[in-house]
Design a protein around this ligand. Structure first.
Ligand code: PA5
Length: 488
């Protein structure tokens, strides 16, 4: 059984003036149909997909032989090492962490029986906080640890810094051949990590083995590419996951906007954003194991749709599109994503959701069947004889009711169970919805120029050569103001 989507509470018949009306839908449909046509056209064109970074749409159809190759290496790693340490940040981390939490048992690292002979999994390089990495390296045995560094660009500071430290740590314990305990997942041609791989492999073919990332797949859209090695190591059924995403691709290719879950999801959010000022998007998972999937979605939505400029499409004489930021058309908008988990966050953010500013749309991820259930023993208590699953579902329904009673729009993604198949479908659904909303907003959903600001500032302060003159001038001429009067 596949995912279901309940959009009832997005409409005015549920949440009055804060919902979408039939008139709103009728009004937007012609624009939505054009957006759907455009998206369909680019996805169907192999050249455009790579050029415009939409190759992720084809990842569900990747070849079994390629996956088998990854699984072979994964088996070697899993057989030999007790721990696998992944280094990466953003799209090179969040999808893996989301998969780890959703598809592996909770407390996976703690209990051998849960790992089923697979190694323990650790994530680092996703921060510059020295405390976490220091503790990990002090306590892990380097001889029993395999390191997988993931960076599409091969240039990201956080990942680079962690790799340098981890290399020294490995080298000290393992000696000159420590590179045999490192695998890199990076761009097939460019970036300093790829150069490093090439240099190391010239010296020793078993050192710094590497997997290439596909062209035209941006970090946050790449779990079905860069995440495969992780999935294979922990023993997730990749074929099932890709089948789930493939099935979702078929559902999300339906040209009837109102029958297409991704298009309808995006369309309703778009209307509520444009016409009802619902600028906060809260993704609330009613399953602890899906909380990091909500964190993954935060990156997807924020980087894809929070943009300074609208998109300008240039078409050359061969009909090939080029997308540019239209500097004459300031946008400076984008819904703000927030990740939350039921039921814990019913005791925190929910107060604001129900009584604070009515500027949000909550999306629930509701799981129908958990892997286990716990029945509450005893008699005479309100809870006696009830099960945790029952209470969880009731809590979700109650949250929905509490929001609707205050005319707060919300919708639900109903997940039969958290399996590889459904999780693959879920991620693919969000990716398609985000791409479609990008079309509706007319922004480039596949770049993230705003992330460059902090990077440039750091590079400037660190003295990196090659920073464009204009960027250096801007940093010099606009220093941070630190008036002591306001530092208490
Ligand atoms: O979505 C993206 O492309 C980015 O958020 C990247 O995932 C993130 O910046 C990490 O980049 P890289 O994989 O090049 O280290």
């Amino acid at each position: 059984m596949s995912l279901r989507f309940d959009f009832n509470n997005m409409f005015d018949f549920s949440v009055q003036g804060h919902g979408v009306s039939q008139h709103d839908i009728d009004e937007i449909l012609p624009q939505a149909r054009r957006a759907a046509q455009h998206l369909k056209k680019i996805i169907a064109d192999p050249y455009a997909r790579i050029k415009l970074n939409l190759e992720w749409a084809k990842l569900p159809q990747q070849r079994q032989e390629d996956i088998a190759g990854i699984q072979r290496i994964a088996r070697q790693i899993a057989k030999k090492y007790e721990n696998v340490l992944f280094l990466g940040i953003g799209g090179s981390y969040l999808g893996l962490k989301a998969a780890q939490d959703a598809l592996c048992a909770p407390y996976y690292n703690e209990f051998k029986s849960l790992r089923k002979k697979a190694p323990r999994i650790y994530f680092e390089g996703n921060n510059l906080d020295p405390d976490t990495l220091a503790v990990l390296l002090k306590n892990l045995n380097p001889k029993k640890t395999f390191v997988i560094v993931i960076s599409k660009s091969g240039e990201t500071t956080e990942t680079k810094a962690a790799l340098i430290l981890v290399e020294a740590w490995l080298k000290k314990a393992v000696g000159a051949k420590y590179g045999r305990q490192i695998l890199a997942i990076t761009d097939p041609e460019s970036g300093s990590l790829r150069k490093r791989v090439q240099a190391e492999q010239k010296k020793d073919i078993l050192s710094f083995r590497a997997l290439p990332l596909l062209k035209g797949v941006g970090g946050r859209f790449s779990e079905f590419n860069m995440g495969l090695m992780h999935l294979a190591i922990v023993g997730v059924n990749i074929r099932e996951l890709l089948t789930g995403s493939q099935e979702m691709f078929a559902r999300c290719s339906d040209e009837d906007i109102l029958k297409n879950p991704a298009y309808l999801y995006a369309l309703l959010h778009f209307i509520l954003y444009q016409k009802k000022a619902k600028s906060l998007a809260i993704l609330m998972s009613f399953s602890q194991t899906l909380k990091s999937t909500a964190d993954w979605y935060v990156q997807l939505l924020a980087e894809s749709l929070g943009k300074k400029y609208h998109r300008k499409i240039q078409v050359d004489k061969n009909g090939v599109e080029n997308w540019l930021a239209n500097h004459e058309d300031l946008f400076n908008r984008g819904r703000t994503p927030i990740s939350a988990a039921g039921t814990n966050d019913l005791h925190s953010i929910q107060q604001n959701n129900v009584e604070g500013e009515n500027n949000k749309v909550v999306t629930f991820m509701r799981v129908e069947k958990f892997k286990t259930d716990l029945k509450i023993q005893g008699k005479g208590d309100l809870l006696s004889g009830k099960s945790f699953c029952q209470l969880m579902q009731l809590a979700q329904e109650a949250t929905e009711w509490a929001l609707v009673s205050q005319n707060r729009p919300n919708c639900a993604i109903i997940i039969p169970e958290v399996s590889a198949y459904n999780w693959g479908a879920l991620l693919f659904f969000f990716q398609m919805a985000t791409a479609f909303e990008g079309e509706l907003l007319n922004v480039n959903a596949f770049d993230q120029p705003g992330v460059e600001g902090y990077k440039n500032y750091m590079y400037y302060k660190l003295g990196k050569p090659g920073i464009p003159q204009a960027v250096m001038e801007e940093i010099k001429n606009k220093p941070l103001i630190k008036n002591p009067e306001y530092i208490l």
